[in-house]
Design a protein around this ligand. Structure first.
Ligand code: XIL
Length: 302
C-alpha cells in the first residue's frame, strides 16, 4: 500500500490518528488525515468535560462533528473516553461516593447510547492504575467510590452499546516487567475469568527518553492477547527525530504485526505541530505536512 491505512489493511489492521475538531477547517491537515488514516479518535471532544459539561446536560456537537467527518469519509471511530480521573467537568470533580458512582454510570450509559452502533472500540476506562512499583489503583474520586467501579463501567457500556468493543486503556503499561503492566494484566485476567465484559486493551504508547519503546513490547502485547482480548496501540507518539525515531516506529509496528490480535495502531496527531506535546517532534509528518523518516519506516514495516 502507498498509504498507512492501505498498508495496514493488507494484514487486516487499521491505522488511525487522533483528530482535533478545531483543525478540521485546515485543509492541509484534513488532506493528510483523510489520505493516510482509517480510524479516528477525538483528541478531546468525547471526554467527560466535553460531553457532559453540566450534570445530565449532554453536549454532543463537538464529538458529533468528528464522528460525522470520520464516517462521511469512510472511517471508523474509537470512542475516547467514558470514565477517567482527568478532564472531568467541575461538577463531577466535586462529587464523591454513591452520587458520583451513579453519575459516572449515567454518563457511560448516556454517551455510549448516543453513539451506539457508530463506535469500533470504546476506551471505557482510562488510566486507572498508578505509576511506580506499587501496582495499585490510582487514587481518584472514581476509585474512592469502590474498587468495583471499573467493572461497573464496563457492564454499563456493554448494556448501552452491545456491538462496540470495550477497551481498558493506559500508558506506561508497555514494559512487561513493570508493576503497572502486571496490575492491568491481572485486572483483565480477572475480568475474563469472571465474565466481566472486556474485549480489548489499549496501549497508549507515548514514548520518550524517560519511557522508551521497551525491548519486551511484543511480549507485553502477546501476553495480553493470550488472555483472549484484542490489543490496540491507541495514542502512539515517539519523541526524537531522524533515523533513531524511525527505528523506534519500526519496532512498534513490527511488534504489533507479530501479534495476530494486535488489530490496529493509532498515532496521537497528524503533524508534529498538532501534537499535544508542548515541544518536540513525535509524529509522522513535520509541521509542513512532509513525510518524515518515521513515516517511511512505518509504511515499510506495515
Ligand atoms: C491529551 C490531549 O492530546 C490534549 O489536547 C489535552 O489537553 C490533554 O489530553 N492520554 C490520553 C489522552 O488518554 O486523552 C491525552 O490527550 C494524552 C494522554
Amino acid at each position: 500500500g502507498s498509504t498507512l491505512q492501505a498498508a495496514a489493511a493488507e494484514s487486516g489492521r487499521y491505522f488511525g490518528t487522533a483528530i482535533a475538531g478545531f483543525r478540521l477547517s485546515d485543509s492541509a491537515y484534513t488532506t493528510i488525515a483523510n489520505r493516510e488514516f482509517n480510524m479516528i479518535t477525538a483528541e478531546n471532544e468525547m471526554k467527560i468535560d466535553a460531553t457532559e459539561p453540566n450534570q445530565n446536560q449532554f453536549s454532543y456537537g463537538a464529538g458529533d462533528q468528528i464522528v460525522n467527518w470520520a464516517r462521511s469519509n469512510g472511517k471508523q471511530v474509537r470512542g475516547h473516553t467514558l470514565a477517567w480521573h482527568s478532564q472531568q467537568p467541575g461538577w463531577m470533580q466535586n462529587m464523591s461516593g454513591s452520587a458520583l458512582r451513579s453519575a459516572m454510570l449515567n454518563h457511560v450509559t448516556q454517551v455510549a447510547t448516543h453513539y451506539r452502533g457508530q463506535i469500533h472500540s470504546w476506551d471505557v476506562v482510562n488510566e486507572a492504575f498508578q505509576d511506580g512499583s506499587s501496582g495499585a489503583r490510582r487514587d481518584s474520586n472514581l476509585q474512592r467510590t469502590g474498587n468495583d467501579w471499573i467493572e461497573a463501567a464496563f457492564r454499563a457500556a456493554r448494556a448501552a452499546d452491545p456491538n462496540a468493543k470495550l477497551c481498558y486503556n493506559d500508558y506506561n503499561t508497555d514494559d512487561w516487567t513493570h508493576a503497572k503492566t502486571q496490575a492491568v494484566y491481572n485486572l483483565v485476567r480477572d475480568f475474563k475469568a469472571r465474565g466481566v465484559p472486556i474485549d480489548c486493551v489499549g496501549f497508549q504508547s507515548h514514548f520518550n527518553s524517560q519511557s522508551p519503546v521497551p525491548g519486551n513490547y511484543q511480549t507485553t502485547l502477546s501476553s495480553f492477547a493470550a488472555l483472549g482480548v484484542d490489543v490496540q496501540i491507541t495514542e502512539l507518539d515517539i519523541e526524537g527525530s531522524g533515523t533513531a525515531q524511525a527505528d523506534n516506529y519500526r519496532r512498534v509496528v513490527q511488534a504489533c504485526l507479530a501479534v495476530s490480535r494486535c488489530t490496529g495502531i493509532s498515532v496521537w496527531g497528524v503533524r508534529d505541530t498538532d501534537s499535544w506535546r508542548a515541544s518536540g517532534t513525535p509524529l509522522l509528518f513535520d509541521g509542513n505536512g512532509n513525510k518524515k523518516p518515521a513515516y517511511t519506516a512505518t509504511l515499510n514495516a506495515l
